[in-house]
Design a protein around this ligand. Sequence first.
Ligand SMILES: [Zn+2]
Length: 485
Amino acid sequence: MNETSAHQRCSLLVKNARIVDGTGSPSTAGDVAVDGDRITGVGDCTGWRADEVIDGSGLALAPGFIDCHTHDDRAVLATPDMAMKVSQGVTTVVAGNCGISLAPFETGHGLPPPFPLLGREENFTFPTVSAYRDRFERTPPALNLALLTGHSSLRVNVMKDDLERAASADELADMQERLRGALRDGAIGLSTGLGYPPAREAPSQEITALASVLREFDRSIYATHMRDEGDHVLEAVEETIETGRAAGVQTVISHHKCAGPKNYGRSTETLAAIAAARAHQRLGLDVYPYTASSTSLLPEYVRESEDVLITYSDPHPDMAGRRLADIADEWDCEPLEAAKRLYPAGAIYFQMDEDDLKRILSSPGAMVGSDGLPGGTKPHPRLWGTFPRVLDRYVRQQKLLDLEDAIHRMTGLTAETFGLRDRGKIAVGAYADLVLFDPETVTDTASFEEPEQPADGISTVFVNGVVVWGGTQPTGERPGRFLTH
Ligand SMILES: [Zn+2]
């Protein structure tokens, strides 16, 4: 047997597809061969012998989408088929965003907002990242996961329930040491949620001191849900730029937006500041394709919104799916009072402008991330719809992005920014995370009324060479891995 023929056997061959390789380069027609968990051939694979052949005629083949902004820390353990993500073509999620990570977390000091987005206190059973990773690897889900370490999680571990202040020097040293431990255990970086109660009193110096630890670990990243996304969004962008510059690390602005009607249009200012910083430091951002946000039901968000929908309420579960204004009318009280009575609860906030969204989505360094919140009764449709919605609404209908550019922002750019090696591209040697879809019909069907709906047009999804989604349902396979640097 000569060397060539040794390469002509493979476990899977996708033939005659439009290959969108994740780099942003023009797509090409051809075949992709997979053997085991890796891609072994790209281009013309005529004559290759494969255990399984899939006809890709009329379909596009792309690297599996990387959802760089998720809160799937617990979902991968609780709902391991991860239908809401693999049905969109997602093959890797980055969890632990917005300062809250399920690990490392020590319970017993309450669960301040927005921690309930990840589960109840009894679900927080991982004092270390290695305990979480062990559990993940014992019962792996359908897709891969990489984990950020939440700054608010570190704060609760060290400062207990006394969070409305800056950390002391000793507490900061303790948090730095715990962050080092998490990174040694395989976490890929640090996240903050500076707009949320457990972190909003943390000064910039505290964040810079923690982000500076990342420099000790190759490729580690700092992702931030900024201190303000409304009236002071520009100051928050400037704080982020300064933190990233002082720490000297890859930085990502999470779910970038300009919230509240009086800030509509201000993405021209924020994106100009981001572009100027990108000339001399590593700075990216993620964005979801909706003009409504979602998080815990909190008064400051209610104040900045045109309309509010309830996603779940522990004391009033029957209010899920209803407008806060209608509930307040019915209860004959102010919306803020109704919000207080509904808590613990989650909500959807209509508080963004479509032109800002388009400007942000098409800006240099912008990646697609769902920020989906699993677990609510009526979750924001971004949980099931984000990636197909970009491909339908912003590629096919509005032509804001061409297909190659959009896929790059879901794959290659994301893998590069988050330091995920051999992911996010179709190339010989890369992992066989792939999505086969119809670029003419792919579309999100999840709506605010019916949010838990799989997309149309996603044909087959492979994770590490194994089919996890076959057209209309999960296959039950669980080849997901815990990704580290
Ligand atoms: Zn966030």
